[in-house]
Design a binder for this molecule. Structure first.
Ligand code: NDP
Length: 276
């Protein structure tokens, strides 16, 4: 029987993770079974236990269970510890479940894929939830000149600034209310809010964009998101989070199988599917 993997979430029916992992497996010539598992809120650990009892070897974890997965894991990688959220569980030793977080590396690799420079640049992040927490350390490691976290509830932004400011002095890290963003251009604006999923746009003035700015929406869809459209209409280069999804999956795949899969084919395939 081939090794058993799954993605767990609520909702889960539209997850593209099975297709991504099956495509990786084909590319590198291994066999695996990859399922979608829906769990009720409050039923995460029970669902994981059942999966392990069926011989499950690893799991991706999506909304709303990333913090539950962090709490369930017996050990954490350093990046999961910093993010305090887990999107990848490894059951190689079911008595010592390992939790990892590959979202941050997924974003950095996607930005690199699109040749978006980070070192010495000014970055604005909208949102201060789990996704921002997961990408902050990998972004800081690229030594941008500044990261400004703007959030609807500003105290969450200030909390992240306090937590992530230690031991790094090359980047100015600040927080602010989303309604009070500096009126100066940023090189990169990352939308880490789910606003696009309800077709709404965080309150932004066009003066946060400069001639070379890039806007990156972690959300994605068949059409350019409302945030991507806003950026493009103001002359920015607009990217969405489909590549981040693929790259975080590639990093999970590498953890479980020890092989880094190529991502070009699945990037193209997903884009085609999503636009149909
Ligand atoms: P969380 O629920 O943890 O955080 C959401 C954040 O967005 C909070 O800071 C919240 O503010 C803010 N927010 C929510 N709605 C609005 C709104 N309408 N206007 C302005 N701000 C808003 O979510 P995550 O951080 O886990 O995820 C954020 C997004 O990133 C989601 O769309 C998710 O799908 C996407 N994502 C994509 C990935 C990929 O691979 N492409 C990977 C991970 C996430 P407040 O604090 O005030 O509530």
């Amino acid at each position: 029987m081939s090794a058993l993997f799954a993605v767990i979430g609520n909702p889960i029916e539209h997850s593209r993770s099975p297709l991504i992992h099956q495509t990786f497996a084909e590319e590198v010539g291994i066999e695996l079974t990859y399922e979608r598992i829906w769990a009720p809120v409050g039923g995460f650990s029970e669902a994981v236990k059942t999966f392990i009892d069926r011989g499950g070897r690893g799991m991706n974890v999506t909304v709303p269970f990333k913090v539950d997965a962090f709490e369930l894991a017996d050990q954490h990688t350093a990046r999961a510890q910093r993010a305090m959220a887990v999107n990848t569980l490894d059951f190689a030793n079911p008595e010592q479940i390992l939790g990892d977080n590959t979202d941050g590396v997924g974003l950095i690799r996607d930005l690199a894929f699109h040749d978006v420079p980070l070192t010495g640049r000014r970055i604005l992040i909208l949102g201060a939830g789990g996704a921002t927490r997961g990408v902050l350390a990998p972004l800081l490691a690229q030594k941008p000149a500044e990261i400004l976290i703007a959030n609807r509830s500003p105290e969450r932004a200030y909390g992240l600034v306090e937590e992530f400011s230690a031991n790094q002095d090359e980047t100015t890290l600040r927080g602010c209310p989303i309604t009070d963003i500096d009126a100066q251009p940023f090189d990169l604006i990352i939308n880490a809010t789910p606003a696009s999923l309800s077709n709404s746009l965080p309150p932004l003035a066009a003066n946060v964009l400069g001639a070379q700015s890039v806007v990156y929406d972690m959300a994605y869809g068949a059409e350019p998101t409302v945030f991507a459209r806003w950026g493009a209409e103001h002359g920015a280069r607009a990217l969405d989070g489909l590549g981040m999804l693929v790259e975080q999956a590639a990093e999970s795949f590498k953890r479980w199988h020890g092989i880094e899969p190529p991502t070009a084919r699945i990037r193209a395939l997903l884009r085609e599917q999503i636009e149909q």
